[in-house]
Design a binder for this molecule. Structure first.
Ligand SMILES: Nc1nc2c(ncn2[C@@H]2O[C@H](COP(=O)(O)OP(=O)(O)O)[C@@H](O)[C@H]2O)c(=O)[nH]1
Ligand SMILES: [Mg+2]
Ligand SMILES: [Zn+2]
Length: 344
């Protein structure tokens, strides 16, 4: 791929000097995952097979940079997955127990939620925990502001979940100008994923960024406010202006991945700030004397539900890390968050 195409697909600088000229000609970016095959951009879309051993060993996700073997359209295979960063993972849903990669090499993740009944603090906290775990920047996008009289209470509730009130962005994806509103978060050379329930307007935003109706969108059911699943798979697209965005289908549940290094504190800046004033450094904000967090809950400056959510996620992470360590003794399962082997 030439330099222009690499820029258009947000090729990360950190990988540049790990590759020689022949490798560069075999570079591609995974844009969709179909199980035994992936769609890759190189820069035109093509299909490539994934050797089972490779999938088992390190996994592969939309957004990964790979080196391809083979020629022509029918014969492409993924040889290597380049070390990924910014990996958003969740615990596989249903029968699948392993980590599932939502997106790889992400710089920013937009948590998209609508201003109506769909807004759910507890769900957003979960997303933010996983986004911090990925070391990507979380942004909360409030859609359908045109449907509510006053979005400011929701905007305030959302601001509490991030340390940066500037990272809460109300948009009207239909009548407004989401491309301008979101520009600070969709910079050239970066990869941005959109996550959230179905029907909140993720695909609509991406169409606005593309300037064409490429993604399918669908009306929300009137009775329960739930969207139909129009977006059925994760799809990476390059948008004019040089950023890459990832559209995802709605996620019903977002289980945190069993990662021993998961630190839920990162997603609770308000609690952490207050915890600095607790008498004990390892205060569990439970029944300890001199607990500043509980005092703030009583004063109402930290919502009670927020402290309960912190406890719940912390316990979940602990449970997970015990489980993961037990699993690790049995088999050295690869972490999708690993820095990865250097390519040959
Ligand atoms: N009124 C209003 N409707 C919107 C807005 N954004 C999306 N929609 C509508 O919501 C429905 C679901 O949008 P879609 O993009 O398919 O949601 P997705 O499932 O998150 O990708 C569509 O009918 C959109 O036209 C918005 O800001 N305001
Ligand atoms: Mg969609
Ligand atoms: Zn405390």
């Amino acid at each position: 791929m030439n330099d222009r195409d690499l820029r258009r697909l947000a090729f990360p600088e950190r990988l540049a000097n790990t590759l020689d000229a022949p490798d560069r000609s075999r570079l591609a970016r995974v844009s969709a995952d179909f199980g035994l095959q992936v769609e890759v951009l190189c820069p035109d879309p093509a299909r490539a097979a994934i050797p089972v051993a490779l999938r088992d060993a390190e996994g592969i996700g939309v957004g990964d940079w790979v080196l391809l073997d083979g020629d022509g359209d029918d014969d492409l295979r993924v040889r290597t997955v380049l070390p990924r960063e910014g990996t958003l993972v969740r615990q596989g849903a249903g029968q699948r127990t392993g980590p599932q990669i939502i997106g790889a090499n992400l710089d920013t993740v937009l948590v998209v939620t609508s201003c109506n009944r769909e807004f759910n603090t507890r769900r957003i906290e979960r997303y933010i925990t996983a986004i911090r775990q990925a070391r990507a920047q979380p942004v909360i996008v409030l859609t359908k502001v045109d449907l509510v009289d006053d979005p400011s209470p929701i905007r305030e509730a959302a601001s509490r979940l991030l340390d940066d009130p500037g990272a809460v962005v109300p948009v009207d994806a239909l009548g407004g100008t989401p491309r301008d509103t979101l520009a600070p978060f969709i910079r050239a050379g970066t990869t941005v994923a959109l996550v959230g329930s179905s029907g909140v307007g993720k695909s609509t935003i991406i169409n606005a960024l593309l300037g064409e109706e490429r993604m399918r969108t669908a009306a929300v059911r009137e009775d329960d406010d739930e969207g139909r699943h129009t977006t059925t798979h994760r799809q990476l697209v390059a948008i004019p202006g040089g950023a890459v965005v990832l559209d995802t289908p709605g996620m019903r549940e977002f289980q945190l991945w069993r990662d021993p290094a998961l630190d839920v504190n990162d997603a609770f800046p308000d609690i952490m700030r207050s915890a600095a004033n607790c008498r004990f450094r390892d205060c569990g904000h439970d029944s300890e004397p001199g607990c500043a967090v509980r005092r703030e809950v009583e004063l109402g400056t930290i919502p009670r539900g927020r402290l309960q959510a912190w406890r719940k996620l912390r316990d979940e992470a602990r449970e997970h890390s015990d489980g993961a360590q037990a699993g690790r003794r049995r088999s050295p399962a690869a972490s999708p968050l690993r820095r990865g082997r250097r390519p040959r």
